[in-house]
Design a protein around this ligand. Structure first.
Ligand code: AMP
Ligand code: GLY
Length: 434
């Protein structure tokens, strides 16, 4: 198949890499790709958000499939544009991507579909929002409605923090239009995990569970990031929860969207909070009464979850993506390998705040037992240099999670650049279970 992957981060490198592992050979392109995707695909000089540019490329090259990685082009309607010229495309149309692009819309859909999630109310007026705060107790979560690059969520421990967050969004317009509406949401206790479901408009197949590490420092301290590492499977997602997740969360959302005239195809990523006897930490039960509640939906593969989940998939990945994109997905399309996977993000000093770029990266050729995905790198005449906050994503596979983690860290130990840092406790929640 001729396949275009849209995007240029670790997730897209993992998608292109996994396509290149298929038994059948594909002709893989990446727009714009990065220094890593160049090894498994042909990079195309078109930006991921350049809808007209991607459509023009597709018209000229007639791909069998386009796979859209990041949320921004989904929300901008890239999939709608490609479908309108007859190109099979993996990813939801813009109306479906609103599940990620508008937290209020996601709540509306969940409420209509009876999906367990935190109780929430929406406000455009700061005084009204503050007046509603006491009913939510503490901690309480304040969220900007729109896309805010992962920074639009404040978990407030005190009423003062909550009021300051409301003022930032509604009065100071810190997030622009994305923060013109805010949600106040019930704080959910428990342990988070990620479920990526492959969806074809009607059917869904769950990919293996995973867990992200959002905080920048060991022990889940410091500010939130795009994700500092992931592993799969996540033992908090015990097998008995899978039917609940599929039947009470994923499928009702897909059906509710369809009822609204939206055929959702692509990945439906559910960020879930699990609160039962096995979760760490535990806490009071959510108002919904459910042990599994939706924290958020994303309309795409997670990053770095993808770098841990895709290496665990067997079979033909291209076929699975094409079947989802064309409405004929079957359980048999997803084959899960028994190995565990762990991914460590190697980041630039200062991330998620400001950081330097252009630092020479060495040692990648010495990584033998792990796969390195490029997140923010650039190939220059002088060699590979850093070009982002998250620079590399190093994935180990192993018969068990300990082996996978050890292989990932052995890979990381070979790599060096000025200012590099990484978390040393990836998968700690899984190991805490003993
Ligand atoms: P989101 O952008 O919605 O994923 O939120 C970012 C992070 O904030 C999540 O990964 C959670 O760690 C935290 N968070 C969001 N909503 C809640 C909630 N209702 N209860 C507890 N933590 C939350
Ligand atoms: N890993 C979190 C995300 O992709 O949004």
């Amino acid at each position: 198949m001729k396949i275009l992957v849209v995007g240029g981060g670790g997730r897209e490198h993992a998608i292109a890499w996994r396509l290149a592992q298929d038994a059948e050979r594909h002709d893989i392109y990446c727009a714009p790709g990065n220094a890593g995707t160049a090894a498994v695909a042909t990079n195309v000089a078109v930006g991921a958000e350049d809808v007209a540019g991607v459509v023009a490329w597709a018209r000229a090259h007639n791909p069998d499939l386009v796979v859209v990685g990041p949320e921004a082009p989904l929300v901008k309607g890239l999939v709608d544009a490609l479908l309108s010229i007859g190109v099979p495309t993996f990813g939801p149309v813009a109306a479906g991507a609103r599940l990620e692009g508008s937290k209020r819309f996601a709540k509306e859909v969940m409420d209509a579909a009876g999906v367990p999630t935190g109780r929430a109310e929406t406000f455009t007026d700061a005084a009204a929002a503050k007046a509603a705060l006491p009913a939510f107790g503490l901690p309480v979560v304040i969220k900007a409605d729109g896309l805010a690059a992962g920074k639009g969520v404040v978990v407030a421990e005190t009423a003062e923090q909550a009021e300051a967050a409301i003022d930032d969004m509604l009065v100071a317009n810190k997030f622009g239009a994305a923060g013109a509406e805010v949600l106040i949401e019930e704080f959910l206790h428990g342990e988070e995990c990620s479920i990526l479901a492959m969806v074809d408009g009607e059917r869904a197949v769950l990919l293996p569970s995973s867990q992200d590490h959002k905080r920048v420092f060991d022990g889940d301290r410091g500010p939130n990031t795009g994700g500092m590492g992931a592993y799969s499977p996540a033992p908090v997602v015990t097998d008995d929860k899978l039917p609940l997740i599929k039947e009470k969360i994923i499928l009702p959302v897909v059906r509710e969207l369809k009822r609204r005239g939206i055929v959702y195809r692509g990945i439906l990523y559910a960020g879930l909070m699990v609160n039962d006897a096995g979760s760490h930490p535990r806490g009071p039960r959510a108002k919904s009464g459910s042990t599994v509640n939706v924290v958020e939906f994303n309309a795409r593969f997670g990053d770095p979850e993808t770098e841990a989940v895709l290496p665990r998939l067997g079979g033909s990945f291209a076929t699975a993506l094409l079947h989802a994109a064309t409405g004929c997905l079957a359980d048999a399309d997803i084959v899960v390998r028994p190995e565990a996977a762990a991914t460590v993000i190697v980041a630039s000093g200062g991330y998620p705040g400001s950081y330097a770029k252009g630092k020479a990266i060495t040692g990648l050729d010495k990584v033998t037992d792990a796969t390195v995905f490029h997140c923010g790198t650039q190939a220059t005449d002088a060699g590979l240099v850093t070009a982002g906050g998250r620079v590399l994503s190093v994935t180990g596979l192993g018969a068990d999670l300990r082996t996978a983690v050890d292989r990932a860290y052995a890979g990381v130990a070979q790599i060096s650049f000025d200012g590099m840092f990484y978390r040393r406790d990836i998968a700690h929640r899984a190991f805490a279970r003993g």
